[in-house]
Design a protein around this ligand. Structure first.
Ligand code: CA
Length: 514
């Protein structure tokens, strides 16, 4: 422990009775802050210190809300860790206010643009990728084999195409395909194929006998180009072995590469961006550094007309009452409550509840419980009205700030946000993760400068400068906004893209497996 710097803490809200220690490595007992507060014991970095004497049962207030109740009396200057806190009850969904505190629209922000790929359906890509989708896991290894050969033998002839990506997954057969839960993975696969970064040129590989038939995955009209027969390759129709199967996939792929290669970036308003927000490996600084900076950038993007999507049901559940109040209409608030109730029931049926959320790393990073995590997490969503709510795997069709319901699992959330139409991703982290996606660029923002320094070649933005006073939320927010435009234009590459760190597609399947 110990630090060269003056002992320093940050408040999330003026009325809070705890604050978070900022110094890298934490502070020893006896450390004295400029306010006069002296630590009674050592407090790790990003953990909470009591600013006042707290009685047993008294609310521990952070972000202006009770994040828990003191198990026993806690003296001023003590370390307030998760073992001292009782989890509050979640907000009762039936008593959440509906559109009672709708923020007034912010002034439009004009003149910001990026260089993107226009698609026939009106969407805009930030990358130009050939996607090869699959109906069933049976064909995954074959498609991976074909993609390796396409990348080595064919792609070099089409330099305007950024990548070839196989959309492989464990779904498609051995599942109760008509069960209500099956709708989620099926529409996720369909809408993944419609992601703007695939340019409407998806190729679909099927086995033949699987439950998820191509017409069920992509019904007629969902993706006009697929109505041309050559866009679907069915393995069991091949007569001359594996060589013919691979040659067929490669030949179809080349037709699509030829068309994709004709595309050029053109200037598009920032309004064409569909920005997905997510966090992973959070710590207690996330709610005062990276997430507020991303929230500031989210407001700028909304002002510029873009779609900004936040997700992760278990991380917003404890802030449900704040978000329903912010909904633009009572119907949008009701839609939000529907998604919360669905997830409450999903967890209950699995014998769990929202307290399953914080990870050991979250807790080590100073996050006492899921309420504290939620209050930090929703800072990402900025301050504008909630304009729409979409169920898991649905395609987002609304500009402004929207909620796309997903689990908090990084890969499942990322996959569902891609299905929702995300063309650029902003990801905040405190503990650090090398997370990345092949389909959309992932901009990683660090909550603390220690992580940004250690992982200088994995982290794109250091928001830890906000805690140490080296930068403001506004300054880092503008940096993130401008970086989004640059990355989306094919300019600066994210670290995840430079290293090719691309996590798997992971479907959310709440339905039964047979
Ligand atoms: Ca996450």
């Amino acid at each position: 422990m110990g630090s060269e710097r003056e002992p320093q803490y940050v408040h999330a809200h003026a009325g809070d009775n705890v604050a978070v220690v900022v110094n890298p490595g934490g502070l020893p007992a006896g450390a004295r802050f400029s306010s006069g507060l002296k630590l009674r014991e050592a407090v790790p970095e990003a953990h909470k210190v009591a600013l006042a004497d707290l009685a047993a049962g008294e609310a521990i207030v952070r972000y202006g809300v009770p994040i828990g109740y003191a198990h026993r009396a806690i003296a001023r200057g003590s370390w307030v860790h998760e073992g001292l806190m009782t989890l509050p009850e979640p907000p009762e969904l039936s008593s959440c206010p509906l559109a009672t505190d709708v923020p007034a629209p912010l002034a439009p922000l004009e003149g910001y643009a990026f260089e993107g790929f226009h698609n026939a359906d009106g969407t805009v890509g930030t990358k130009n990728i050939l996607g090869i989708s699959t109906t069933v896991q049976c064909v995954a290894a074959t498609v991976d084999h074909a993609v390796r050969r396409i990348k080595a033998e064919v792609l070099p002839r089409y330099p305007s195409v950024d990548d070839v990506v196989a959309i492989t997954h464990p779904y498609g057969c051995g599942v109760a395909i008509d069960a209500p839960g099956a709708a989620i993975p099926i529409r996720t696969l369909r809408n993944l194929s419609l992601n703007p970064n695939f340019g409407g040129e998806i190729l679909l590989v099927s086995l033949g006998c699987e439950k998820l038939q191509p017409v069920r995955m992509i019904p007629a009209g969902a993706l006009p180009v697929l109505e041309e027969a050559p866009s679907v390759a069915v393995m069991q129709e091949a007569r001359h072995g594996f060589g013919e199967i691979v040659a067929n996939i490669m030949e179809l792929a080349e037709k699509k590469l030829r068309r994709l290669n004709e595309r050029r970036r053109t200037t598009c308003p920032a309004a064409e961006l569909v920005v997905g927000l997510q966090c992973g490996g959070s710590d207690a600084l996330s709610g005062v550094t990276a997430n507020p900076a991303v929230g500031f950038a989210a407001d700028l993007l909304v002002r510029a007309g873009a779609t900004v999507m936040f997700s992760e049901v278990t991380e917003v559940r404890d802030a449900a009452h704040l978000l329903t109040a912010r909904a633009a209409t009572p119907q949008i608030a009701q839609d939000f409550l529907r998604e919360m109730a669905w997830y409450d029931e999903y967890l209950r049926a699995g014998g769990a509840d929202r307290s399953a959320n914080p990870t050991p790393g979250n807790v080590k990073g100073g996050l006492g419980n899921v309420v504290e995590k939620a209050m930090g997490s929703i800072a990402k969503a900025g301050t504008t009205a909630l304009r729409g709510v979409f169920a898991a795997g649905e395609r987002v069709t609304q500009k402004g700030l929207v909620f796309a319901a997903t689990p908090a699992s990084d890969f499942i959330c990322g996959t569902l946000q891609l299905a929702a139409g995300m063309n650029v991703h902003i990801f905040t982290t405190g503990r650090g993760t090398p997370y990345g996606l092949a389909v959309a660029p992932v901009i990683k923002v660090a909550n603390n400068s220690g992580l940004a320094a250690r992982w200088h070649d994995l982290i794109d933005v250091d928001a830890g400068r906000i805690a140490t006073g080296e930068a403001t939320v506004e300054k880092v927010g503008w940096e993130i906004f401008l970086l989004v435009l640059d990355v989306s234009s094919g300019g600066k590459r994210t670290w995840a893209d430079r290293w090719g760190l691309h996590n798997e597609f992971v479907l959310f399947n709440p339905g039964p497996v047979t």
